[in-house]
Design a binder for this molecule. Structure first.
Ligand code: UD1
Ligand code: MG
Length: 455
């Protein structure tokens, strides 16, 4: 669709959000509001996208991917004024300009495709997408004549009591002929209750010139939902969450209690995995078959294999192999990588470490900046002392080593294959393979020391 360009309006402050963030940078379903709109536009086959930014312009630009054209609207003088700012970056070949508001995360790509299709078929000068709402309060109303033809769009603040009863509303989504749009925008006047340049008045200007304006009254009620408040943000969050859970259940995932399960739409989970209550799975996470996750776990930007068990644990930016068993109360920090069949037990923290197949770190340990070979057993209370106050240092534990309980491994240090450290040792020197390293004072025995005292 090389002749279509989308203009996404995202310059507004969102006064009713009472926020330092520009409105479109609030997240819902794990994604910025405006990203939902950008994605819907691109799924509708429109890859050329112009963003009109103003409030928090730098933040918006930094937070989104490249590949968009940006224009700055320095002062927010209304939706018509916003679209006019885009004129300079729209090319001659782009005959159709689609306009979409950046605060409508539920708008579907299907409606956008059909809008373009309709606009092309009818060869209208403009086509507007409308919806019928149970409660139209706050939206621009579609005023039609006795034959059902569009007369104008009237904003809530300018509407008469009669007009306020109209339940057909403007979704703020349109297709325009480029030349007609920009010439009409120059004729806009801010003579309305808000003193703004309303994009909606472009339609009246075109109608007055006897140019055809088409109304496509086919948006679903929910699609029309623009986010203006935190209440609406929470309502959409709940809705998107339900949609994601529905999708996962359709794909064969068991979710014990959808009310208390929070999964981003970006997450992929294979069939026969079971999610227990109070579990959060976020970001770019991918999970295999037959896992059991939760209760009370959080998994972010991680990849888990098949048959992984996670209880009451937090996993961030990590990779976990098949058949691993994690928790309760484990904390996997970024760049942790577990091979198949690793056990990470209670109160164990791992950071930037690789752990080989079948190794066990069952209780009360900190393992950071470490490379742990396969078949290693790390005793309770072991700590890699990886930080000297200035630099971080690596620890290497080779295949089959046995680290005694409460060992301190002062990095940089290497424990050779099948070596053993005695419980309670503070290991500061490398241990050769198959050896035993004990570093603690000899136990003294003072006979009968407590005999008198206990009498
Ligand atoms: C607008 C429509 C209304 C429609 C509703 C649908 C107008 C005059 N009204 O009203 O008919 O029912 O959307 O949600 O168009 N923006 C800018 N620059 C500005 C003003 C707004 O970029 O100067 C952006 C906002 O960031 C937002 C979008 O345009 O993303 C819509 O603005 P908003 O103030 O929410 O318009 P509504 O009052 O909702
Ligand atoms: Mg709005």
């Amino acid at each position: 669709m090389q002749d279509v360009v989308a203009v996404i309006l995202a310059a507004g402050k969102g006064t009713r959000m009472k926020s330092n963030l520009p409105k479109v940078m609030h997240k819902v379903g794990g994604k910025y509001l405006v990203q939902h709109v950008l994605d819907a536009v691109s799924s509708a086959g429109v890859s050329k996208r112009v963003l009109v930014i103003g409030h928090g312009a730098e933040l918006v630009r930094e937070s989104l991917n490249n590949g968009y054209r940006y224009v700055l609207q320095k002062e927010q003088l209304g939706t018509g004024h916003a679209v006019l700012q885009a004129e300079a970056v729209i090319e001659q070949a782009e005959q159709t300009v689609m306009v979409v508001c950046g605060d409508m995360p539920l708008l579907s790509s299907d409606s956008l495709s059909r809008l373009i299709e309709r606009h092309r078929q009818t060869r209208a000068g403009a086509t507007v997408l409308t919806a019928y709402l149970g409660n139209p309060t706050g939206y621009g109303r579609i005023v039609r004549d006795e034959h059902g033809r569009l007369l104008r769009i009237v904003e809530e603040k300018d509407a008469s009591p009669e007009e306020k009863k109209i339940n057909e509303v403007n979704t703020g989504t349109y297709c325009f002929d480029r030349e007609l749009l920009f010439s009409a925008l120059k004729d806009l006047r801010p003579n309305n209750a808000q003193g703004e340049y309303y994009l909606t008045d472009v339609l009246t200007i075109l109608l007055n010139k006897n140019i055809e304006v088409e109304v496509m009254d086919e948006a679903e009620e929910l699609e029309a939902l623009g986010i203006n408040s935190r209440q609406q943000l929470a309502a959409v969050e709940q809705l998107l969450r339900q949609r994601t859970l529905d999708r996962l259940m359709t794909e064969g995932v068991t979710i014990i209690d959808p009310q208390s399960t929070f999964i981003d739409d970006t997450v992929q989970i294979a069939s026969d995995t079971v999610i227990y209550p109070f579990t959060f799975i976020e970001g770019q996470t991918k999970i295999g078959h037959e896992c059991q996750l939760g209760p009370m776990s959080r998994i972010v930007d991680s990849v888990l294999g098949n048959a992984v068990r996670v209880q009451n644990s937090v996993i961030l930016e990590s990779r976990v192999g098949d058949d691993c068993n994690i928790g309760p109360f484990a904390y996997l920090r970024p760049e942790t990588r577990l091979e198949r069949g690793v056990k990470v037990g209670d109160f164990v923290e791992l950071k930037k470490s690789w752990v080989g197949e079948g190794s066990k770190i069952p209780h009360l340990s900190y393992v950071g900046d470490a490379t742990v070979g396969p078949g290693v057993n790390i005793g309770c209370g072991t700590i890699t002392c990886n930080y000297d106050g200035i630099h971080k240092h690596p620890t290497v534990i080779e295949e089959g080593a046995f680290i005694g309980s409460n060992s301190n491994l002062v990095a940089p240090v290497k424990i050779g294959a099948y070596a053993i450290t005695g419980a309670g040792s503070t290991i500061t020197k490398d241990v050769p393979e198959y050896s035993l390293a004990v570093e603690r004072s000899q136990q003294k025995i003072i006979p009968n020391w407590n005999r008198k005292r206990s009498k």
